[in-house]
Design a protein around this ligand. Structure first.
Ligand SMILES: [Zn+2]
Length: 144
């Protein structure tokens, strides 16, 4: 009898790269998509179709790691097991288009303000099987 409960391989496509973009070479880029028909930017890259115009002509697009903090929340109790609370999650409206929800770098957590300028930074990944680095957003003013 075949094992119908065979484990499903988790797919974790690359969501960012250490190399920046021409517009912002000093911060990691997010690997999103852009609609060839209307220019709408999405993250992550997907091929289902453009959220703005419906075209399926989506192309990979490196999004600059700069934006503005539109909302943030401190998480004190986390139902998932993969991350130790407390931590802070923010919504960042990216300068290149799109909004991402991301973890906020520990060094920026206590000084967050609405509409603050944010930049993408890489931190060392401590969870096994997740690669060497993970992405965070930090206050641009806190950056060394
Ligand atoms: Zn479009």
């Amino acid at each position: 009898m075949a094992d119908e409960k065979a484990p499903v391989e988790k797919v974790r496509p690359a969501l960012f790269r250490a190399e920046g973009t021409a517009a912002d070479p000093n911060h990691p880029a997010l690997l999103g998509g852009r609609c060839a028909a209307c220019g709408f930017v999405c993250f992550p890259m997907q091929t289902y179709g453009c959220e703005a115009c419906g075209s399926t002509a989506m192309e990979p697009y490196a999004i600059s790691g700069r934006g503005r903090l539109s909302a943030f929340a401190r998480v004190h109790v986390h139902a998932g097991g993969g991350r130790e609370a407390p931590f802070t999650v923010g919504s960042i409206a990216l300068d290149d288009g799109g909004v991402v929800r991301a973890l906020i770098d520990r060094g920026s957590e206590d000084a967050l303000t609405h509409d603050a300028a944010m930049v993408a930074v890489l931190v060392r990944e401590s969870r096994p099987g997740r690669g060497e680095h993970d992405l965070r957003f930090a206050l641009a003013s806190k950056e060394a």
